[in-house]
Every structure is written in C-alpha cells, then in structure tokens.
Design a binder for this molecule. Sequence first.
Ligand SMILES: *[C@@H]1O[C@H](CO)[C@@H](O)[C@H](O)[C@H]1NC(C)=O
Ligand SMILES: *[C@@H]1O[C@H](CO)[C@@H](O)[C@H](O)[C@H]1NC(C)=O
Ligand SMILES: *[C@@H]1O[C@H](CO)[C@@H](O)[C@H](O)[C@H]1NC(C)=O
Ligand SMILES: *[C@@H]1O[C@H](CO)[C@@H](O)[C@H](O)[C@H]1NC(C)=O
Length: 352
Amino acid sequence: MADLLQSSSIVPSLLLLLHLSIFTVLAVQAKPSPYLSSLFFTDYNKMLETFKIFVYNRDNKNQSDFTSPVKLLFHESLLKSPFLTTNPDEAHLFYLSFPHNTTTTRQISRFINNLRTDLPFWNRTLGADHFHLSCNRTGPESYRNFVELRKNSVQISCFPTIEAMFIPHKDLSLPPLNPPLLAHHEPELMTRTGKLLGYFWGKDSESTVMDELRDNPEFLIESEPSDWNDYAEKLSSSKFCLFLYNGDVFGIGTAFRFGCVPLVITDRPMPDLPFSDVLRWSEMAVFVGIGGGVAELKSALGRACGDRYERMRELGMQASRHFVWNTYPQPYDAFHMVLYQLWLSRHTIRYV
Ligand SMILES: *[C@@H]1O[C@H](CO)[C@@H](O)[C@H](O)[C@H]1NC(C)=O
Ligand SMILES: *[C@@H]1O[C@H](CO)[C@@H](O)[C@H](O)[C@H]1NC(C)=O
Ligand SMILES: *[C@@H]1O[C@H](CO)[C@@H](O)[C@H](O)[C@H]1NC(C)=O
Ligand SMILES: *[C@@H]1O[C@H](CO)[C@@H](O)[C@H](O)[C@H]1NC(C)=O
C-alpha cells in the first residue's frame, strides 16, 4: 500500500517535472538572442582557453598596410594579446604581417614565396590557416602566391569593403572605430522621447534619398552632429538611425548601443557585414535597397514596428558591446569578436 501510494505520487511529480522542463525549454528557445549559434558563449570561452596564433616577423613595427587606424589598433592589440605563441606547432593560425616595403601584389607574392621555401607551414594548407590585414589591395593578381593568398587565406578587411574584394565565409571585416563619446554617455540614463523616426548624419547627406527626406519633419538629416553630447541625445531619441552602405557607417555600433535601430540603405548585397557569421543581423537592423527610394524606405520602416521593433532594439543593444573598440581590449569587444571569428575559421578548406 505504501509502495503504491509512493509510486502514484511519483507519477504526477514526474509529469510535473516533465511539464516544467518542457516549459523551460520553450522559455529558453523563446528568449530572443542576437547570436546565430546557441553555442556562442561556450565557443567563445573555448577560444579564450585554447586559441594560439603564430606571427611571422613579430618585430615588424611598420606594416605596409597601416593606413587606417582600425587596422593598426587590431594589429597592436593582437601583438600584445595572450593568444600569440612562438611555437608554430601549437598554432591554430598564422598571421602574415607584411613589412612596409611589401605593398604591390608582386612584392607580396615574393614575400610568400620566401616564406614557403624556408618554412613548411604555407605548403601544408596552401595558406588556408593564414590570415592578413588588407583593406585596399590592388594590382595584377596573376602571381601564383598572391592567388593562393586571395583564395585561401583569411583576409581581414575594413567595413564597408571595396566591392568584389571580399569572399563571404572566408574573409572578415573590422567594424568601424567608434565615435569619441563612449566613456561619458550612459544610454540607460537617457530619456527616450522618440520624437524622430529617422536620424542620419554623414558626409553623404547630399544623396538623393537623404535630400528627399530632408524636408520630412519625421527625419533629421545632417552632415555632422553639432557635438557628441547632441549626437548621443539624437541617437537616444530616434527610432531608426540611417546609414548608407557605400558611405559612412562609422556610428553603426553606437546606434545599437543607444537603442537606435540601424536602417541600412544599400545598392548591393552586403556579404561583408561585421560578425555576419555570428550575429543575427536581420533581427537587429533593417536593410532596404536604394532603388525603391523614399517610398520603399518608409514601407520597410512600417514593417519594423510594434513588438518586432522592440525586439530588434533589444537584440541590437545586447550585441552593441561587440562593436566597441578599446585601446586595451576588454571581454567581448570588437577585438575579441574578430578573434572569435578567426577561431571559427580555423578549419577552413583550402583551394588547390
Ligand atoms: C614606415 O614605413 C613608411 C613607408 O611605408 C616610412 O615612410 C616610415 O618612415 C616608416 N616608419 C618607421 C618608424 O620605420
Ligand atoms: C624589404 O626590406 C627588407 C630589409 O628591411 C629586405 O630584406 C627585403 O628584401 C625588402 N623587400 C622588398 C620587396 O623590397
Ligand atoms: C613548398 O612547395 C614548393 C612548391 O610548391 C616548393 O618549391 C618548396 O620547396 C616547398 N617548401 C618546403 C619548405 O618544402
Ligand atoms: C584603394 O586603392 C586605389 C588604388 O591604389 C585607390 O584609387 C582607391 O582610392 C583606394 N580606396 C580606398 C577606399 O582607400
């Protein structure tokens, strides 16, 4: 009798447990996440523990390609980071830091040729476990070594990249540097008045779409903010921040941070979005073709309203820390996210 009683009370509690766990699973799944993979945090921690990079010419203080500050920051952060190893046998990836006198495709080709003759690493994968920084490399691409570099190695470019210079799922892009307002502004404390539907600033404010929006009182289009306080205020009080893909995307990470959902106006596909293999961009930003003009832009904004809008805004704010560049890299910042993407690409397949 006691047994019976016990087992009959076990059944409902099992059912309750089952019910609870199903409920928890559903609740977990329903919680919106900015990440494409549910393993993001696990993978990221694994990267911190195990990722090792070998640098050719570690002493190279004057790389050929330091024309943009963001590349320089990435390079310096990498050289100071705990991810470097002097033992190539334990390296997952090899960093090609080109000397300052190595800029043309011919010089690069010769540089790689020397390295493949002297060391065994390039030949093992034909460069697939190598990466390099390049935001604007031009010249004839007929040299074999250069072709292998382009086809196999991970190229880290600056977003937005030059058309056709980016190979999706192999290459990466560095998000732009942040406007100089991060330390002093706390978006949480700002009141959200929501006066503006869309805010744009940039040197491209003369484009046709922006010109048409200029007369619309729901939008504010300016060539530059009067000061950074004012800028933070405008980001906080606008529902959408407009960007032109071919133009200035400088503030996109900051827009996320201040809860201003980016609306990106583009004339072509955007394979080079920063962290596109990690973040759910389509859940955090609105993309609209430039061809449809203001009408299409407005209907895209109309579709991104209500709960959908609030969700985009929340996911963007969650992801915003990944767009922050720091002089001294911090967990989950832009530097670590680029490394994380490199870590994901360590098994890429070579082209022969
Ligand atoms: C770095 O290289 C540039 C040429 O690309 C040269 O003008 C400059 O003097 C070099 N700087 C140092 C510190 O060697
Ligand atoms: C670049 O300079 C180094 C010495 O600083 C030299 O050994 C190398 O051959 C040069 N490379 C090119 C392509 O001129
Ligand atoms: C790598 O391969 C090239 C030919 O593809 C060869 O000339 C070179 O000696 C090889 N390097 C090593 C270190 O074996
Ligand atoms: C890229 O390089 C080419 C040729 O050197 C130059 O004409 C072009 O303006 C550069 N583009 C950027 C974005 O720096």
